[in-house]
Design a binder for this molecule. Sequence first.
Ligand code: HEM
Length: 248
Amino acid sequence: MVEREVDYGSYLALEALLELQKPRSVPEHPDEMLFIVVHQASELWFKVLLHEFDALIAALQSGNAAVCLQVIKRINGLVGIISNQLSALDTLPPQRFAQFRGYLGSSSGSQSFQFRAIEAVSGLRDEHFMQAIAEHGVVPPLVARALERPTLQALFLGLLTQHEVTVEDIYRDDSHTTLLLLAEELLEYEQGFARWRFLHVQLVERIIGPATGGTGGTLGAKYLQKTISTRFFPELWAMRAKLYGAVR
Ligand code: HEM
């Protein structure tokens, strides 16, 4: 049945959506709109990512590796899109950002609860991460819920157990093609996420410089650099070393 009273604008709630971009600079700085939209678009994609993680977790728990593969491929496509969007801000020259940065107050990407929820779903539990989420007072419910779930690595290892194999088996024995592809696609996710971190640090250095503190009160690029080496799947990285004879 076709819903006659629904059209493009109402289906997408366009009127409300297009009202949400509210530059704060006075007079309005010509570059603030772009700055807001890239952030808002990223947050919308974060929302989709979190939605897809629900599907991935369900698939990992069901033990169906082919479905997992389908979902993680979509997730990786989305991470690529989110990373590529950052390039729009490469066109923001430093002196122009300086003209409206003051209007941001203490707002900072480090307060993005969806970003923290993605990190939590993916598997971060280290001390530095737990400090970062507690820094802004109460842990947002979305993040708290994500922290209660098993990490992606734990879920993947659980799936291997269901299939009665180990990480080592799937890398050493050619007969576990789907599980191996899934492992590599999970690593691809980790790499894609790190690529976002890297492109973001480069953007930050390009616009505010390597030593300028962030609006969120961190050391800026210096703080962000450190996050690039965080790992969601240490077992998959360790497997590489085993293949070259290193003992763990
Ligand atoms: C002009 C462009 C940008 C600049 C200068 C910038 C600057 C910074 C700085 C300095 C930080 C460190 C925290 C702080 O003290 O504020 C940060 C964190 C962050 N920013 Fe940006 N940012 C930019 C664009 C973006 C965009 C487009 C996004 C997309 C959502 C974003 C998301 C984040 C997130 C999620 C964090 C937390 C990262 C972490 O803690 O690992 N930023 N940003």
